[in-house]
Design a protein around this ligand. Sequence first.
Ligand SMILES: [Fe+2]
Ligand SMILES: [Fe+2]
Length: 377
Amino acid sequence: MGGTFDPVHLGHLHAAQYAREEFGIEKVLFMPAGLPPHKDNICLSDAAHRFNMVALSVKGNRYFGVSDFEILSRDTTYSIDTVKEIKSHMQDGAVLYFIIGADTAPFVKTWKSHTELEQLVTFIVVSRRGNEVKRNILKNCEILNAPVLEISSTEIRARIKEGKSVKYTVTDAAQNYIRDNALYGFYSSLYPKITRHLKTVLSERKFTHTLGVEKEAVRLCQMFGGNEEKARVAALLHDAAKNMPSDEKLAACKKYGIKLDSVLKSQPNLTHQFIGAKIAEDLFGITDSEILNAIKYHTTGRKNMSHLEKIIFVADCTEPYRSDYDGLAEIRAAAKESLDRAILVAIKFSIEYVKAKGQPLHPLSLEALEFTIQEGK
Ligand SMILES: [Fe+2]
Ligand SMILES: [Fe+2]
């Protein structure tokens, strides 16, 4: 069963299940297309993502499998080549079915080496119940009358972009994958909402700083890798609680169950990182733990930070609109080398800073420092 699977949805799985039972098929092999010859003007998602979503969606069904044959081939793949490849692994006399939609069937005649293809496979044309498909549409074909689920990948992508749910149209695993990798503009509908909110809760200076962190986080992703969409969301929300008056911060900590240790009690401002993460969850429905943790530890850092946590931590220090402070030039220079190096320098400077002010350093920062030094050895 071939397709772009951008993304794979329950309609695909349902058709495969029907076909398998109807024709006693031993195994349905899903074949995500690499560069399909018939869709060359369409911008496809990264092949690895499309493959992973299929793999996750068929996991646990021993009658279903996925092949990376087409996505791993560098050139445009033609069905004839794929079919020959699959055939070469099959026992003599075994039947190879090729499951296609009724909308694709009329075009098979335009495919490369279609006559040979029609000899090598038996097509299964999935037809909507009640919609007649002529049996002679292809030389060697079976018509599968199944209740076709009216789900389309195009519509799924559009819904995601609008911030709508795609639950019940794709598997839960695919849905989580789409969220975790911020595919199909997963967060694009949130940007205007977040920006509107920030304008009401942040000073002009902080708002500008926030946009600077967003810009810097994207730049760091381009330099060191990382998911730009997720970096943007984390950057935008990292200081969402920064301008709350102290009493409101304490009230928010109580509301969200944030425990106050002795350092937080003496420096309530530090709580803004924890409250920020809760705001992201509470007001904007963000559930991605990577984004939430990047907000949650952006000031103190912690040991074993994720890549996104590092990006936000460093971007917060080095964003382009920052007015000069002790260590800025050194941190920026270190950030040209690596994120870890920048974190090390940044924490060392903040130790100097809190010492000069006679304040204690948060234990999370000490852990981050020790861990980064150890890792660097
Ligand atoms: Fe902050
Ligand atoms: Fe900040």
